[in-house]
Design a protein around this ligand. Structure first.
Ligand SMILES: NC(=O)C1=CN([C@@H]2O[C@H](COP(=O)(O)OP(=O)(O)OC[C@H]3O[C@@H](n4cnc5c(N)ncnc54)[C@H](OP(=O)(O)O)[C@@H]3O)[C@@H](O)[C@H]2O)C=CC1
Ligand SMILES: C[C@H]1O[C@H](OP(=O)(O)OP(=O)(O)OC[C@H]2O[C@@H](n3cnc4c(=O)[nH]c(N)nc43)[C@H](O)[C@@H]2O)[C@@H](O)[C@@H](O)C1=O
Length: 325
């Protein structure tokens, strides 16, 4: 038995103004696409006008836009190497964005706010599958502790504003995501876009070998971003509570298995080598998705189908995808 049940009646999006913060990013763009089929208005502002690390800019925008609800998908985001090499950016930027948006939202009386966290908030050695209660029960994974601390602070801000000011601010902890709009820059990216691009280019150039970072033994769970966006909209409508909620598939695989699947999807037939001088990161982070299931949501896209759709998006959008070029 789960301790969550869908809100009845749900939070009604009809006629509401929803601000998607981070609408040009992979998740924010998918949320904006998903909201197009809801009876609400989506408002957005680009970073050139609104840098959410600046409190004044966040406050001025909130006073002007007056959203009823917010999906906070703006963040400094990156894969294992980006996290390791830019600890100050990952800690400072994310703390500042969360604090500024949440405080400004509370001031103007925003009805509902959904904060995006990440499965890296959990202890490195958490029991698998990871239940929400594992938060703050042990040491974090060193490669991403800076980012994790900021995301944990975000969860706590939502809880604190709920307790002190009665705000319906909730938080979602998605597993590793991938899909259209992902970052394909090799130093910044997560594993799916990194390997997809490396293997596509190797196949195109007739290379016989690609290198995968680490031992290939860590296990990861991957959720297609369009499914994630659907889960987030479901949460907005059907969830209210202090507890952060896991968002995932409940299934994982090793990085070596993922590499073989990506090779199949992009048509790379050469050798897959492992560079063990690169970090493995967390050995495993499989989410327990019982609460998500109890809320009435489950994912639709298989990993192989999602990888095919991501490949097709990348091939169609090479000129505008983030590649670090
Ligand atoms: N990708 C993943 O695997 C996972 C992501 N998440 C979470 O989902 C959320 C979105 O991630 P994702 O879409 O992958 O990341 P992206 O890097 O694709 O998008 C991040 C977005 O945030 C915006 N942004 C960053 N800094 C600022 C700032 N200072 N002011 C205003 N806007 C800013 C970016 O704007 P611009 O376009 O101008 O750069 C961009 O639109 C994050 O909170 C992340 O933690 C959670 C689990 C896994
Ligand atoms: C979503 C999550 O993302 C980050 O954590 P992570 O799960 O470790 O993310 P990752 O996708 O970068 O790596 C997954 C695994 O894959 C291996 N791997 C192989 N080859 C490549 C490769 O070429 N690039 C990358 N990036 N990883 C590779 C890599 O060594 C690791 O074992 C957090 O920092 C944090 O930001 C967070 O929340």
């Amino acid at each position: 038995m789960s301790d969550v049940a869908p809100l009845d009646p749900p939070y009604d999006l009809t006629g509401k103004r929803l601000w998607v913060a981070g609408h040009r990013g992979m998740v924010g763009a998918a949320v904006a696409r998903r909201l197009a089929s809801e009876p609400c208005e989506v408002v957005t502002a680009g970073r050139e006008r609104l840098d959410l690390r600046r409190q004044r800019e966040a406050e001025d925008w909130m006073a002007e836009a007056r959203p009823h609800a917010i999906v906070l998908a703006a963040a400094t985001v990156g894969g294992i190497l980006a996290n390791q090499s830019r600890p100050a950016d990952f800690l400072h930027d994310n703390l500042a964005i969360e604090a500024n948006v949440i405080e400004a939202a509370a001031r103007v009386g925003v009805e509902k706010l959904l904060l995006l966290g990440s499965s890296c908030i959990y202890p490195r050695e958490a029991a698998q599958p990871i239940r929400e209660e594992a938060l703050l029960t042990g040491p974090l994974e060193p490669t991403n502790e800076w980012y994790a601390i900021a995301k944990i602070a975000g969860i706590k801000l939502c809880q604190a504003y709920r307790r002190q000011h009665g705000r319906d601010f909730i938080s979602a902890m998605p597993t590793n995501l991938y899909g259209p709009g992902d970052n394909f820059d090799p130093r910044e990216s997560h594993v799916v876009p990194a390997l997809m691009r490396r293997m596509l280019e190797a196949a195109e150039q007739g290379e016989s070998r690609v290198t995968v970072w680490g031992t290939g033994r860590p296990r990861r769970e991957f959720l297609y971003v369009e499914d994630c966006a659907d889960a987030l909209v479901h949460m907005l409508k059907y969830y209210s509570g202090e507890m952060h909620l896991n968002v995932g598939t409940g299934e994982d695989l090793t990085i070596a298995e993922l590499a073989r699947l990506i090779a199949k999807v992009v048509g790379f037939e050469g050798e897959i080598a492992f560079d063990t001088s690169m970090p493995d990161g967390t050995p495993r982070k499989l989410l327990d998705v019982s609460r998500q299931t109890a809320l009435g949501w489950r994912p639709r896209t298989t990993l192989e189908d999602g990888l095919r759709a991501t490949r097709d998006w990348f091939l169609r959008n090479r000129d505008r995808a983030r590649t670090g070029a």
